[in-house]
Design a protein around this ligand. Structure first.
Ligand SMILES: *Cc1c(COP(=O)(O)O)cnc(C)c1O
Length: 238
């Protein structure tokens, strides 16, 4: 039988150890890379209970990411910690943009003008502009959403012109089951795209979000400065 409660039972001590270890690895990879960049660790808490977020926050983790709108909002409310920063990283339908604009600090999965326009219109006035990353399907994965590299400039120009959005950079998720060499090549292409965007829009473009538990080394070696890590911190999901 599958032990479905395993995840909820991860203890605070293990979680703190996982976080510490992940941060240490990121520092090593960054040291190993040509960029020597500081890497912002985002803890992906999808399918893990609010208590796991509380335990991670107690261990010093500040930024969290969720894939599903309702699950994310429920968790944000349950955790109820104004010091935390929340990233939305999942597919976003237009009927959910209002909820996302009201509850999250970042949206990393923007790939359509319609979604960007709605987030801009719906971002509550009392909140800071919503931070936006454009999602790029860098290795042309049929299963994955995201812009082609050629589509980036047009959507970037649109988002940059929205006063309730702040364009911060790019995000990608690689195809599963490719070689480390292929991963490095795809991440390197992302880095080039990111630098092109930076040369056009300047220092506001400061975030290249790539790398998950399985490929974070390759991502950091190729210049990621934000990684989204779930499994290596919280353990397996279901
Ligand atoms: C689930 C998810 C992650 C984290 O994946 P792990 O392999 O558990 O580290 C990162 N980014 C996105 C977009 C995800 O959906």
């Amino acid at each position: 039988m599958i032990n479905v409660t395993k995840v909820a039972e991860i203890d605070a001590e293990t979680l703190a150890k996982n976080l510490h270890q992940t941060r240490q690895q990121l520092a090593e990879f960054s040291e190993e890379s040509a960029y020597k960049q500081s890497v912002n660790l985002i803890a992906v808490s999808k399918k893990h209970p609010p208590q796991a977020v509380v335990a991670a926050a107690d261990a010093g983790q500040r930024e969290f990411a969720e894939n599903y709108v309702q699950e994310g909002i429920d968790k944000i409310h349950a955790v109820d910690n104004p010091d935390l920063i929340w990233h939305f990283i999942g597919p976003l339908q237009s009927n959910k943009t209002k909820d996302v604009a009201a509850h999250f600090d970042w949206v990393q999965s923007v790939e359509r003008e319609k979604i960007a326009r709605r987030l801009n219109d719906q971002r509550p006035q009392q909140l800071e502009p919503l931070n936006i990353l454009l999602q790029v399907n860098i290795d042309d994965d049929d299963n994955k959403s995201g812009l082609t590299p050629e589509q980036v400039p047009t959507l970037a120009a649109f988002v940059a012109g929205c006063d309730r959005l702040s364009l911060r950079g790019l995000m990608t998720i690689l195809k599963a089951d490719t070689s480390t060499e292929q991963q490095r090549q795809s991440f390197a292409k992302m880095r080039t795209l990111f630098e092109q965007l930076q040369s056009q829009y300047g220092e506001n473009i400061d975030t290249l979000s790539m790398g998950m538990s399985g490929d974070m080394r390759q991502a950091v070696l190729e210049g990621a400065n934000m990684v989204r890590i779930g499994t290596a911190i919280f353990g397996q999901r279901e």
